[in-house]
Design a protein around this ligand. Structure first.
Ligand code: SF4
Length: 360
């Protein structure tokens, strides 16, 4: 019988791993970054930071899709909603504030047609029931890009013409390059995003190990996370850096070629804005000519006007790993999950929301 989920939450195994980390982590500082919002939440939920020795510093990176979506893209979405489109979105986007304080939830209460969907393909069903244009909010990384691209392919095949998609999907290699070249950060290793790797394959992390940093792909249970930390400590100690896949129950080393083909059939690379990080060449996905009829920007004549931070919000600094959420002056006072100022407090994968919810 294979391992069960309980095995990855086993307290005795966790205690042994913590003891081993304490024993082997002999350097002054080990600084590891998790590049996935789900890992941020798992680390907070299971209290991982509180059981690690003080010389192991865990920082969050730009892995929460809602959080890295820049203000200009959020405002462009609201412009499209105001132009009369039906907006189909995952629930996480509902309370992300625009630069004028509006959000999709408020706009819905004021008459805009906003629907929460659980899959991009739900958009097709809505489109078949209305004459209005239905816009799916296509955000996320390589993980969601195949399903979003699949919506364009299915709509094309079914001849559904009143569907379009915001071209907000982003890709990981370019932002990772930026982080590993940032000398301010001094990262020793990365807890790599499992679901992204399931599509890209572990070759994504070659640049990390070439730069002398550890890279471990792992799952979201306490045993997964603690095992990945022990592996990174060992790689740092021995300076034998390699991408290690500790999540082979879900992730194949070579990733998923079919999913990559679907992405490449619909999209091509383009530069795009990241919240607080700026414009990164080749880090976004634009519709290829054959699918440009699904580009919501073309249909609604919308242009992006650069990134603008929300006054007082330090999401950009949090996403770059420069500060911890609790170091933001608004954390827990002016900014709470009930009254979020920035997307890092709204999203269920946001570092600020995780820190607030679990009191870290
Ligand atoms: Fe932005 Fe709120 Fe996080 Fe501060 S606590 S960085 S204002 S989301």
């Amino acid at each position: 019988m294979g391992l069960m989920i309980e095995d990855f939450r086993n307290a005795d195994i966790c205690k042994k791993l913590i003891k081993q980390i304490e024993k082997e982590a002999t350097k002054d500082v080990y600084r590891f970054m998790e590049v996935c919002g789900s890992h941020t939440m798992a680390i907070a939920k299971f209290g991982i930071k509180s059981v690690l020795p003080s010389n192991i510093d865990l920082v969050s990176g730009p892995g929460c899709p809602v959080c890295v979506t820049p203000q200009c893209e959020i405002d462009a979405l609201f412009e499209i909603a105001e132009k009369g489109a039906v907006i189909a979105t995952f629930g996480d986007m509902m309370r992300v504030p625009g630069s004028k304080g509006q959000n999709l939830q408020k706009m819905k209460s004021e008459g805009c047609d906003v629907r929460i969907v659980f899959s991009p393909l739900d958009t097709l069903k809505i489109a078949k029931e209305t004459d209005k244009e239905v816009v799916f909010v296509g955000i996320g990384f390589e993980t969601t890009a195949p399903a979003v691209a699949g919506l364009a392919i299915m709509a094309e095949k079914a001849g559904v013409k009143n569907v379009s998609i915001t071209p907000y999907n982003k890709t990981m290699p370019e932002v990772l390059s930026l982080i590993i070249s940032d000398k301010n950060l001094q990262i020793n290793g990365f807890v790599c995003p499992g679901h992204v790797t399931a599509v890209t394959g572990i070759g994504l992390y070659d640049p990390i190990v070439k730069e002398g940093m550890a890279a471990v792909i792992t799952g979201f249970e306490p045993v997964d996370v603690l095992s990945s930390i022990l592996e990174m400590v060992r790689q740092v100690n021995t300076e034998d850096f390699k991408a290690v896949n500790m999540y082979s129950r879900v992730v194949a080393d070579e990733g998923n070629a079919k999913a990559r083909d679907v992405i490449n059939a619909v999209y091509e690379k383009q530069g795009c804005w990241w919240r607080g990080i700026g414009f990164i060449e080749e880090s976004g996905l634009a519709f290829r000519k054959e699918y440009e009829q699904f580009d919501a920007f073309r249909k609604f004549d919308v242009t992006l006007e650069g990134d603008d931070e929300i006054a007082g919000c330090s999401c950009g600094e949090v996403l770059k790993g420069y500060i911890k959420p609790t170091e933001c002056a608004l954390f827990g006072t002016a900014c709470t999950p009930q009254n979020p100022v920035g997307p890092c407090m709204v999203s269920s994968e946001g570092a600020c929301a995780a820190a607030y919810k679990y009191g870290i």
